[in-house]
Design a protein around this ligand. Sequence first.
Ligand code: C2E
Ligand code: CA
Ligand code: CA
Ligand code: CA
Length: 275
Amino acid sequence: AKSDGRGLFRVFERGMDTKLQARRALELDLRAAIELQQFELHYQPLVDVVSGRVSGLEALIRWKHPERGMIGPDEFIPLAEETGLIVPLGAWVLHQACTDAVAWPGDVKIAVNVSPAQFKGPELVTAVLDALTLSGLHPARLELEITETALLSDASGTVAVLHELRAKGVRIAMDDFGTGYSSLGYLRSFPFDKIKIDRCFVREIETSADCKAIVRAVTSLGVSLGISTTAEGVETSAQLEHVRAEGCDQVQGYLFSRPVPARDVLVLLGHCIPS
Ligand code: C2E
Ligand code: CA
Ligand code: CA
Ligand code: CA
């Protein structure tokens, strides 16, 4: 071969460069997108197992990129977290979600994802309270979904912030339950209102006795601790039957609806749109 080690190294360096440049470009794009408000919230229903009613909707962000089209959160939330852009973006999500939810029936809740990075600064409480005040949404209709990662190290006083928000009447849900470390310990560190059982357990509930046992254990834990449980990612009626049998209070997933734009929520709730 003609290429020596040095040549290969240059190619490698150039590869890194391209990656870094792409990341920088995405960061600049993201910064501009926040200024230009190129984002949209889609909403996915949370269905009460017993009544079959939609008791709430989860806000899921999408980036309406002028050239690349609709971009999902997994492609830009991690970068937003690393760069701190999640703080202004998260404030926008809270405000937009509360503003949209005011138009829904009063017993329908709005669930908003809050990233661990949003607990790093002092802005979260202000962002939540501003969103509630400006929209006029009753605090009890707002539910914040956080993952265990937010509680990993409490150097930033996450638990204190959660208590402060809960004292205002906001509900707190633990998201993706069962995917992190020592989930059970975290249930002791804060009085959660809801546990969302990660969809990886629901996906295999028919074929894996372990997954079924885990869902059963979490729901009975919920009953003992007075915490409601939601099964994520329910795609088939067979999965619905299983999570219902195991005692989940709520279900969410493609079986009921994919996330829909705000303008379709009232139709989804069974209300006629005035013509
Ligand atoms: P998540 O909070 O666990 O949200 C559920 C994800 O599962 C959503 O993906 C949803 O579209 C998808 N999903 C719902 N039902 C089903 C199903 O039956 N089958 C399958 N296969 N998937 C289902 P999405 O919208 O791509 O969001 C991905 C993640 O991005 C979310 O996971 C959440 O962690 C994050 N995210 C979304 N919006 C926001 C936001 O506004 N702020 C923050 N910080 N994170 C967000
Ligand atoms: Ca969530
Ligand atoms: Ca989840
Ligand atoms: Ca997730």
